[in-house]
Design a protein around this ligand. Structure first.
Ligand SMILES: Nc1ncnc2c1ncn2[C@@H]1O[C@H](COP(=O)(O)OP(=O)(O)OP(=O)(O)O)[C@@H](O)[C@H]1O
Ligand SMILES: O=C(O)c1ccc[n+]([C@@H]2O[C@H](COP(=O)([O-])O)[C@@H](O)[C@H]2O)c1
Length: 195
């Protein structure tokens, strides 16, 4: 079974994440994509705005009734800084027989060289990289050991980010259709990102 790992802060999850996951699923022939919200993202400054529980709930809502998508609380349960090498090792122990592909947007791909024990990670998983507006993939900056393990896939370019969504909320602007409907209603009902 081929499984895609869509890791992220998901603060909140948005249509960019959904289209990235679906594009990777189709192009990579993946049977499922597992969305895994991090407890503490390794390379971001500061704490996420919404709680881990809220971010996980939004991910559950986004994947609800999607046949190929699952949400996993493995990083939130582990707590601390969410290094992907720890997650992949844990997933391999829990789910033997799966082949894992890490799905990654261009911004994160460009700093892959500074991920914890990335050479070891690249021995355990393949990568699917996706360009996103404002973040072209810089092939020259990628560690050499990645080349045989990385496939770059074209996706419809969506200039949407969690930062932009939080900014719109703080400015009292609409975020409708930038997030899945059930995520939208959760954000509105819980007054997330208003300040
Ligand atoms: N619009 C998008 N297109 C393609 N990939 C995306 C897009 N938005 C996020 N990703 C990818 O999804 C993964 C998780 O992203 P993350 O949850 O940090 O969202 P973000 O929108 O980048 O958040 P923030 O704006 O808070 O930094 C990363 O690999 C990121 O590159
Ligand atoms: O393992 C690492 O060193 C590492 C460094 C940066 C990011 N990651 C993972 O990459 C995913 C996307 O990161 P982010 O910061 O864009 O949410 C998320 O699952 C992070 O845990 C992992």
């Amino acid at each position: 079974m081929q499984v895609g790992i869509m890791g992220g802060t998901f603060d909140p999850i948005h249509i960019g994440h959904m289209v990235a996951a679906e594009t990777a699923r189709e192009a990579g022939g993946l049977d499922e994509v597992w969305f895994i919200p991090s407890a503490m993202p390794p390379l971001k400054n500061g704490e996420p705005s919404a709680s881990g529980e809220q971010r996980l709930e939004m991910v559950y809502r986004a994947v609800d009734f999607q046949p190929y998508f699952r949400a996993m609380d493995i990083e939130l349960e582990r707590g601390g800084v969410s290094y992907s090498i720890d997650t992949v090792r844990e997933l391999q122990a829990l789910y033997p027989g799966r082949a894992f592909t890490y799905i990654i947007g261009a911004d994160r791909l460009n700093d892959l060289g500074s991920w914890r024990r990335v050479e070891e990670l690249a021995e355990l998983v393949s990568f699917i990289g996706l360009e996103r507006p404002g973040h072209l993939i810089d092939a020259a900056s990628l560690p050499s050991f990645i080349s045989g393990k990385l496939r770059i896939v074209q996706m419809p370019q969506l200039d949407v980010s969690s930062t932009d969504i939080r900014g719109r909320r703080a400015a009292g602007r609409s975020i409708r259709f930038l997030v899945p409907d059930k995520v939208y209603s959760f954000i509105i009902r819980n007054h997330l990102y208003e300040t």
